[in-house]
Write a protein that binds this ligand. Structure first.
Ligand SMILES: Cc1cc2nc3c(=O)[nH]c(=O)nc-3n(C[C@H](O)[C@H](O)[C@H](O)COP(=O)(O)O)c2cc1C
Ligand SMILES: Nc1ccn([C@@H]2O[C@H](COP(=O)(O)OP(=O)(O)O)[C@@H](O)[C@H]2O)c(=O)n1
Ligand SMILES: [Mg+2]
Length: 233
């Protein structure tokens, strides 16, 4: 979603991009305020302030040297650029599906509880067209795929709304259609589900499907699989 990039201002994104082009993503970039100012076509004071703002927002880390500074983009800084990249993919690429690779893993058994709640189940039936197996298949993503998942922001999701009962509120979730491939077998009726409230980090995705995927794809913890995520058609 394009709005995901709005949390960080346009000036910050532009500065981060210029720093990344100088090597601040893979490594530490050696920059000076005057050099940066020239690349950004702003004054040296403005370049200096922008570096300070990026540091204050935890988007870069830097070490001041006698002849400039060493700047490295943090994971959060990298995610800002990935979301920008996802927006450009949305503009220029027709096949924007994303392949995520990882391994099957077990969680805390909470997925079963949430998926079974009537406030969600009604929406799954109406919006996804099936009653999911009660649970989420947890996938621990490889490092590259943990990065690549940011591209999902550019794919339109199915929105599952939050709701409440007498006791508490339940958060919303996004779902994207997904095909799961494991050891030569393919299952194409799954969805990646991303609950807004979750204890999982960026390195995990959860899958729902009308069937128990462990049975359909003969999966056990540690088995490798690829999840191809698309957008709602
Ligand atoms: C549809 C759905 C809705 C959820 N809503 C909430 C919520 O409102 N609050 C919350 O703390 N966790 C919520 N969760 C997240 C679970 O607590 C948990 O982080 C996640 O599903 C992983 O569970 P597992 O590792 O046990 O499979 C939700 C999960 C799903 C699948
Ligand atoms: N479509 C699905 C959903 C869950 N599952 C599995 O069903 C069990 C219950 O899901 P869960 O989300 O409550 O449990 P954990 O993911 O926390 O282990 C887990 O073993 C999941 O891996 C599955 O095989 N296929
Ligand atoms: Mg689960």
């Amino acid at each position: 979603m394009a709005e995901s990039t709005l949390a960080v201002g346009a000036d910050a994104r532009e500065t981060l991009k210029v720093l990344a082009l100088q090597g601040a993503l893979a490594d530490r970039a050696h920059v000076t305020c005057s050099g940066l100012a020239e690349r950004l076509d702003v004054s040296t004071q403005t370049a200096s302030r922008r570096l300070q703002e990026l540091e204050d927002a935890d988007l870069i880390e830097r070490e001041i040297l006698a002849d400039g500074q060493l700047v490295h983009a943090t994971d959060e800084g990298e995610r800002v650029l990935e979301r920008e990249y996802a927006d450009y993919r949305r503009l220029f690429e027709t096949d924007r599906s994303i392949a995520l690779a990882g391994t099957v893993t077990s969680g805390m058994g909470e997925g079963r509880h949430y998926i079974s709640l009537p406030g969600y189940m009604r929406q799954f039936e109406g919006k996804l067209g099936y009653e999911p197996f009660p649970g989420t298949l947890n996938v621990e993503l490889d490092r590259d795929s943990t990065r690549a998942r940011a591209g999902m922001d550019a794919l339109d999701p199915v929105r599952i709304d939050g709701w409440e009962d007498e006791d508490r509120t339940y958060g919303p979730a996004f779902c994207w259609p997904a095909t799961v491939e494991a050891d030569g077998a393919t299952y194409d009726r799954a969805h990646v589900i991303a609950p807004e409230r979750t204890h999982h980090g960026q390195d995990k995705v959860e899958l729902i499907a009308p069937d128990r995927l462990r049975d359909r794809l003969d999966l056990a913890d540690g088995d490798r699989l690829t999840v191809r995520v698309a957008e709602e058609s």
